[in-house]
Structures are given as C-alpha cells and as structure tokens.
Design a binder for this molecule. Structure first.
Ligand SMILES: Nc1ncnc2c1ncn2[C@@H]1O[C@H](COP(=O)(O)OP(=O)(O)O)[C@@H](O)[C@H]1O
Ligand SMILES: C[C@@](O)(CCOP(=O)(O)O)CC(=O)O
Ligand SMILES: [Mg+2]
Length: 397
C-alpha cells in the first residue's frame, strides 16, 4: 500500500481553569497556544516503518513483517473508537518490552504511535512509511505536548489510511478538515492520550483539534468565540513531572477523602464558570479594572485549590511569589507538579515591568516568555508554509 506524503501540525494549550477537576466531570476553560507540533509523513518502499522523534531522542524502525505478526487476530474498526483495545495494548507492550506502569517518554510515544498505526491499518495491507515529529512545545511541561503529538499522529495516519481526505488544494498553503473529519481525528487522538495519560479528560486533544478557546465539560466541547484578547506570560519551571502520575494522585486523594475533595472540585467548577462569565462580559461592555481584579482573584483561589489537590511544587510557589511581588497573579497550568504556570498581564502592564518580571523568573532558572494565544487547530501544510527551521528538521530524516 502506497501512502501520500504530508505535513500536519497541531497547537499546544494552556488551561486557564479546571485542570484535574475536568477529569472528574467539571468544567475547564482552555486555549490553544501559538506553539505547535509538526509532523511529516513520508511514503517509503523499504518494507519498514520508521519513527524519528528528535525532541525525545527516539529513532526507531521495524520491518513490516514484524508488525504484521501483531495483528493476526485483529479486525480493525476505524470509526468505532470509544475505548482502547486492551489486547492490542498488551501485545504492543510485550513487543516493545515495556511494563504497564512505565512512564518512560520514549515508550509512551512509541506505544501510542504503534497503537494508532496498527488500529488504522491492521485490517489491510500495512504501508511502509517514515514519520518525523518536531515540536516547539516543551515535552511533559503542562502545555499539552502529548495531545498535540496524538492529534498530529491521528490526522496523518487517518489521511494515509484513506479514512479522511487530505484537505490541502494545490494552490493552498494550509487547510483544515471539515467538522465530521475533525471529530474523527479528535476521537483517535484521545486514544493516543489514553495510552500516554492513563485517564485523560479529552480537553487537551480537543484544543489540539479545534484550536481557539473552548469550554470543555464531560466530553462536550463548546468553542468560545467571544473572548477578549488576553496577555499571558508563560513560565516553565523546568521541573519534570508526569501527567499520568499526577492525575492518578488526585484520584487517590478524592477516593480517600471524598467529603473533603469533592467540594474543592465543585469550587474549581464554579471558578471556571465565573471566569467564563467575566470573559464574556469583557467582550460586550467596556473592560474595567474590576474585570481584571476578579480574574486575578480567581487565579489565586484556583492555585490554592490545586495545592490542596497535591499538584503544587515549590518551584510553582516561587513563580507565584515572584510575580505577586510585581502585582501579577499566577497559577500552574496543566497537570502541575512542576512544569508550567501562567501569569495574567493587565492591559496597562508596561513592557518594562514585563521585562523585569521575565528577568527575575529567568534568574530563578525558569524559562519565561509572553505568549500569544488562540492559534488554529490541526491543519495540513504545504512544505513552504512550514517555518524554514522546522522544515529543515522534518526533512533531515
Ligand atoms: N514532540 C514529541 N515527540 C515525541 N513524543 C512526544 C512529543 N511530545 C509529547 N510526547 C509524548 O508525550 C509525553 C508527555 O506528555 P505529558 O506527560 O502529558 O505532558 P504534556 O502533555 O503536558 O507535555 C512524552 O513523554 C512523550 O511520550
Ligand atoms: C491534568 C489535566 O487536566 C491536564 C493535563 O495536561 P498536561 O498533560 O499536563 O498538558 C488532565 C486531563 O484533563 O486529561
Ligand atoms: Mg499531556
């Protein structure tokens, strides 16, 4: 089977409010970032499947004959993707030699690739291909790199399998899929997330698929089209952590202290709803200092709640202290336990103040930058629409 070459990309995300609570059926507000993961899929004739994942130093290849042995029992259901095929996951774990509890970066990325590849092609002829992924996102830092990776994999492999068409016309530079096709991409990306995260809510892959700002509740995705332009500072504490471990830890705490933790989750839910209301008011009436005061208080309260859930870290406390000394308010974003935090900048915060805050955070050993939000969801690219330095990496392998 011969597949068509293509480039796709998907954005990372920042969760404004609702991380962790969203796993337990509460509202989350999330927004796409202008930092993306790019994937190149190249057809080959060598009878091999190769993956190049330079961000995580992973370069692997398999003979098609090896992979065929894994799918002897397999029927392949491309449009029915509610839960993982436990037997396929078990076989793949055995094949790549990874235990159930493993958190190894390379194993999780490999497992999710092989799972999607075999699920989508397992019922027919396996194609020979090379897949290269490069991301502008830090990996494992709370900005949804796992979801951006899974969304790119799902879009490229669904296209290669013929389940969805490549949307790019000859004269276009970028193109997106229709709603129904995006839903299919999103549901396969969710499978990839399940392998990496264990128990994902689905909010990250939804942002990676649709982009923009959205409200997510129990699998229901509502795009928020009327939102004010927010200025956000992103800080990466560079403390490594695993989403899977942190999500499992919160679940244990809820099971152990339900009467204590459930009200905390309810309060986070109310914070997300209040934030959504304020953001909407800011688009239909003149923005006042009071709007920002409320947004800042919500950030502070939520950061305390996340600490109560056990997903704080001294480096995140430091971020909050440094920014508060400048009158700015921060909270962790994503799974916490280290990784990234967001700081809300007010419209009147001048660039000197931003610069000095960034410098102080860098002096703590953190990476810090002002970011723009609301990038487009998953898209296909022509080669010339991919930034030169990224194209160079994707075409190197
Ligand atoms: N660019 C990438 N290349 C390969 N694997 C990636 C890439 N980005 C993310 N991953 C996979 O996602 C995992 C990180 O996911 P996670 O712990 O959820 O953190 P986050 O999604 O916040 O970045 C990595 O261990 C790796 O398996
Ligand atoms: C903690 C959580 O709410 C977000 C995790 O995001 P990230 O993988 O840390 O980028 C988990 C989820 O929603 O699946
Ligand atoms: Mg993740």
């Amino acid at each position: 089977m011969q597949v068509t070459d293509l480039y796709v990309s998907a954005p990372g995300k920042a969760i404004l409010h609702g991380e962790h609570a969203v796993v337990h059926g509460k509202v989350a507000l999330a927004v796409s970032l202008n930092l993306r993961t790019y994937l190149r899929l190249k057809a080959d004739t060598f009878g091999k499947v190769c993956i190049n994942l330079p961000n995580i130093d992973t370069f692997l290849s398999w003979d098609l004959s090896q992979l065929k042995q894994l799918v002897t029992y397999f029927h392949g259901k491309r449009d029915e993707v509610q839960c993982l095929d436990a037997e396929l996951v078990r076989r793949l774990r055995e094949f790549i030699g990874v235990s159930n509890g493993s958190l190894d970066t390379c194993s999780m990325a490999t497992l999710s690739f092989l799972y999607l590849y075999l699920s989508l092609f397992g019922s027919g002829e396996l194609p020979s291909l090379t897949l290269t992924v490069w991301s502008e996102l830090p990996t494992g830092a709370g900005l949804g790199s796992s979801a951006a990776y899974s969304v790119c994999l799902a879009a490229a492999l669904l296209c290669a399998s013929g389940a969805i068409p490549p949307p790019l016309k000859e004269w276009e530079h970028t193109a997106r899929w229709c709603q129904e096709e995006l839903e299919l991409i999103n549901s396969w990306a969710f499978q990839g997330e399940m392998i990496i995260h264990g128990n994902p809510s689905g909010v990250d892959n939804a942002v990676g698929t649709w982009g923009g700002m959205l409200r997510f509740l129990a699998g229901k995705i509502i795009p928020l089209s009327r939102v004010p332009l927010l200025r956000i500072l992103l800080t990466n504490t560079k403390v490594p952590r695993s989403t899977k471990v942190l999500v499992a830890g919160v679940k244990d705490k809820i099971n152990k202290f339900p009467s204590i933790m459930v009200p905390v989750l309810d309060s986070v839910d109310a914070i997300s709803c209040t934030c959504e209301k304020v953001l909407s008011e800011m688009t239909c009436e003149p923005i006042t200092g009071e709007h920002y005061n409320i947004l800042e208080e919500l950030i502070d309260i939520n950061q305390h709640h996340l600490n109560v859930m056990g997903v704080g870290h001294p480096a995140l406390d430091r971020l909050c202290q440094v920014t508060l000394a400048k009158g700015l308010h921060s909270k962790l974003t994503g799974a916490g336990g280290g990784g990234c935090g967001i700081t809300l900048l007010r419209p009147e915060t001048d660039s000197l103040m931003v610069q000095s805050t960034v410098q102080e955070l860098k002096d703590c050993g953190f990476d810090c930058w002002e970011t723009s939000i609301g990038g487009p969801g998953v898209q296909q690219h022509s080669a010339i629409s991919v930034k030169e330095e990224i194209l160079e990496i994707l075409n190197y392998y």
